[in-house]
Ligand binder design. Structure first.
Ligand code: COA
Length: 630
């Protein structure tokens, strides 16, 4: 079984992500592996003492010696035999025995559905596609039609379970997120949201929704014969939408940018009207949404940054924020001049399945697909109407004000670092991801003269329904490295040794994290076990060591893609940075962000510091190499 599984995966990858349908036996086996319950291990609960030992190591660089002594004492009490730690650990182990994944339900609520801040900026990432150049409306509609057609093609692969399996080394990964990104919507609640997977319900959605000038239209994307519309037919439908929505209408969609409690209340009110209810249902049930935007509003002069901001918040009420429904999982954005991307609501999935979808679309477009025979009998796009009374009008005005301030606060700097990429780093026998993480650490230290707690997402999809673990990238070794690099007196060989040690420490933590032996998810589990049992939250979670090491001033993630694209998101904390990157062979794409309201942070300064750090790191390695040759 194991042998044939790895054969299958290799085949899938070699075929450029398209499994040869002619090999029926292979397809059957691939489908079986997609139903991964039988093959994937369950998410483990790490040993308590291992987690606490790791935890102390990650706290050390961020606190004073006195503070560290207090943290050590608290950890000692927590982990004493018969103390609270052991009780909570028992509860976790019991939960792990009785569930398929001890974390997944808790995680869904704690990381997403219980969070009451807006999804815009605070939760939903943007994904900027390779930049396009549209000269005419035809160009824009043609591209949008191809994006739709490519996504429907991808959906067929998902439905037929023929998407090649992702893997990490020789391990196959959980693919369940792939089934959750199309046909899904988050539903606002007054104290907690919910999520619905319409794509997994008996009455499958067959339509998409297109937004233009804040109007929403339902388009059936399958003809009466069940065939997907071809690109020509889709262009025809999109043109019909544009012609019927020449002027902006009241931006009901902007309500989805609000604080979730506020939106939850407005949502109840909005749904009291029968017409509104029917329109909302169509938006929530659709396979995905496509927003046709005008030209970028308030351009910064950096087209990558402009496209990123437009994906993340639509440039607010003056821009296209009303031309969105931010609760929808996948929402493509096709701008008039060629800024193309998507924003996705994060609850059901991480970036990789979404980036995979984009890669598929770009391949699909490049191969000039979408010219299949037309589907039979098109129905005209159906306008989704809203009746907006005085109370909802006020809610919309309130949403505009709230969003205005969020948009004013977020600043981004997105760029391509072209001096080197993965190939150079690999040639130095170093891990590219760890190298880039250490460059980010160095950039932070260069600006702030102190280390910053640093979150990197690691995938735990080796396990059934696995999502992520945090790599705590700030370490004693990363601080030593930053200090060595910034001290002119340090000899080159010492800098190189410090860099290699920091990378080694990061790589080692990353290995633990992808094997679900990090610190953060285990500690979260212990805390939630206490809350669920009605116990007091242990002191460990109020200690300065815990608070400082969890105040992630650097929120980072690698989202690789096969094309020149990048993901981007806002910082996690008010005085922090967001930094997402796509490492290519000879370049790295970065999307960085910070908040204007923090006097300490600035994404343009961060870019400079990051580029300088990358250059300096390359230089010390090259110098070291030259010396070795002499
Ligand atoms: N010498 C030479 N090459 C090396 C090397 C070394 N010392 N160490 C690693 N490499 C190679 C690897 O073999 C790999 O090669 P490939 O390009 O042929 O596959 C490549 O460098 C990349 O490896 P590395 O940079 O070490 O990291 P990674 O790709 O394994 O990624 C994580 C590490 C943590 C980012 C990844 O495991 C992960 O979890 N990704 C998911 C993150 C996620 O979910 N993000 C979305 C959040 S919304």
């Amino acid at each position: 079984m194991a042998l044939s599984a790895s054969f299958l995966i290799r085949q899938g990858l070699r075929c450029g992500r398209i499994i040869q349908a002619s090999n029926a036996a292979m397809v059957v086996q691939l489908r079986r592996l997609h139903d991964n319950k039988a093959v994937l291990p369950r998410l483990p609960v790490p040993a308590l003492e291992d987690t606490l030992e790791k935890y102390l190591k990650t706290v050390k660089p961020l606190v004073t010696d006195e503070e560290f002594a207090v943290t050590e004492e608290i950890v000692k009490k927590f982990s004493a035999p018969d103390a609270i730690g052991a009780t909570l650990q028992k509860k976790l182990l019991e939960r792990a025995r009785n569930t398929e994944n001890w974390l997944s339900d808790w995680w869904l609520n704690a990381a997403y559905l219980d969070c009451r801040g807006p999804v815009v900026v605070w939760s939903s990432p943007g994904l900027v596609f390779p930049l396009q150049e549209f000269k005419t409306l035809d160009d824009q509609l043609n591209f949008a039609a191809k994006v739709i057609s490519g996504t429907l093609d991808y959906k067929t692969m998902v439905d037929q379970k023929t998407v090649p399996l992702d893997r990490m080394g020789k391990d196959i990964l959980d693919m369940s997120q792939y089934f959750k990104i199309l046909g899904t919507c988050r539903i606002p609640g007054v104290t907690r949201d919910t999520i619905r997977f319409y794509g997994q319900e008996p009455n499958l959605p067959k339509h998409i929704v297109v937004a233009h000038n804040n109007h929403f239209f339902k388009i059936d994307v399958y003809g009466k014969d069940g065939k997907a519309l071809n690109v020509k037919q889709l262009v025809h439908q999109l043109r019909n939408v544009v012609e019927r929505s020449t002027h902006p209408t009241i931006p009901v969609g902007i309500l989805t940018t609000q604080n979730r409690n506020v939106w939850g209340k407005a949502y109840k009110q909005l749904r009291k009207d029968k017409t509104n209810r029917a329109s909302i249902d169509e938006i929530q049930r659709c396979i995905f949404l496509v927003a046709l935007d005008g030209p970028i509003v308030n351009p910064t002069g950096n087209i990558m940054t402009d496209a990123a901001l437009n994906c993340v918040h639509g440039n607010g009420p003056q821009g296209y924020a009303g031309n969105r429904w931010y609760d929808k999982t996948i929402q493509f954005i096709v701008g008039k001049k060629g800024a193309v991307g998507l924003t996705y609501e994060h609850t059901p999935a991480e970036g990789p399945p979404v980036a995979n979808l984009m890669d598929h679309i770009m391949d699909y477009i490049e191969k000039k697909n979408g010219s299949q025979p037309p589907a039979e009998e098109l129905s005209r796009p159906h306008r989704l109407m809203f009746n907006v009374g005085a109370d909802i009008k006020q809610d919309i005005e309130d949403a505009k004000v709230a969003l205005e301030s969020l948009v004013g606060d977020l600043e981004m700097t997105c760029f391509k670092f072209s001096e080197f990429g993965k190939n150079f780093i690999k040639s130095q026998k170093l891990s590219p991801d760890s190298f880039l993480q250490m460059a980010i650490q160095l950039a932070f230290y260069r600006i702030h003269h102190e280390p910053g707690a640093h979150y990197e997402s690691a995938s735990t999809r080796k396990f059934l329904y696995g999502r992520t673990e945090t790599i705590r990238s700030c370490s004693v070794e990363s601080v030593n490295f930053a200090k060595a690099m910034l001290n002119k007196e340090t000899p080159n060989a010492e800098k190189v040794a410090a860099l290699r040690a920091a990378i080694e420490a990061h790589k080692s933590y990353a290995k633990h994290a992808v094997n679900a032996h990090g610190v953060d998810r285990h500690l979260l589990g212990l805390k939630l076990a206490a809350i669920e049992a009605g116990m007091d939250v242990p002191t460990l979670f109020m200690d300065v060591g815990y608070l400082r090491s969890s105040h992630m001033r650097l929120s980072t993630s690698q989202v690789p893609a096969r094309c020149d694209a990048f993901m981007c998101f806002g910082p996690l904390v008010p005085d922090g940075y967001g930094c997402c990157y796509n490492p290519r062979d000879d370049a790295v794409f970065f999307g960085t962000s910070a908040f204007n309201s923090s006097p300490e942070t600035d994404s343009a300064t961060f870019r400079e510091a990051l580029e300088q750090s990358l250059r300096d790191m390359q230089n010390i390695l090259l110098q070291d190499g030259l010396k070795a040759k002499l």
